[in-house]
Design a protein around this ligand. Structure first.
Ligand code: ZN
Length: 126
């Protein structure tokens, strides 16, 4: 699968360094963010609950599904990103044909029109 723009940005050597950003990762809120116009980032806790990390939604436009992929260094670039609103998630869901929260393909007509399922929409800010 082709790399997303975000993945290409992250692959620059400067972004592979350990955290020299001066950003306190503890201040970054868990949740979904919009990167640029059309990519989605998910900040979450690791299994041990000891640190946060970020994933990017990799969309398969042919299958109309998405999957969350770990992106090294991404957590240091969250500051300043807009929190993903339900409205933006719906717009991107309509564009990609999948729910941008869970990555499932939008199959029934109601969900395709809405661009997102009701459960996932409730996980986002208005
Ligand atoms: Zn969903």
């Amino acid at each position: 699968m082709a790399l997303t723009r975000l993945q290409r940005d992250l692959d620059r050597p400067a972004n592979r360094q350990p955290n020299r950003s001066g950003i306190d990762f503890n201040t970054i809120q868990v949740g979904y963010y919009l990167y640029g116009a059309d990519e989605i980032v998910w900040v979450k806790w690791n299994r041990e609950g000891s640190r946060k990390y970020a994933q990017v939604l990799e969309v398969d436009l042919y299958k109309r599904t998405g999957r969350w992929v770990y992106a090294q260094g991404l957590i240091s670039r969250i500051a300043g990103l807009a929190v993903l609103t339900a409205r933006e998630a719906a717009r991107l869901g309509q564009k990609y044909g999948c729910c941008v929260v869970c990555g499932r393909r939008l199959d029934d007509e109601k969900s395709i029109t809405a661009g997102i399922g009701p459960v996932c929409a409730s996980r986002l800010a208005g």
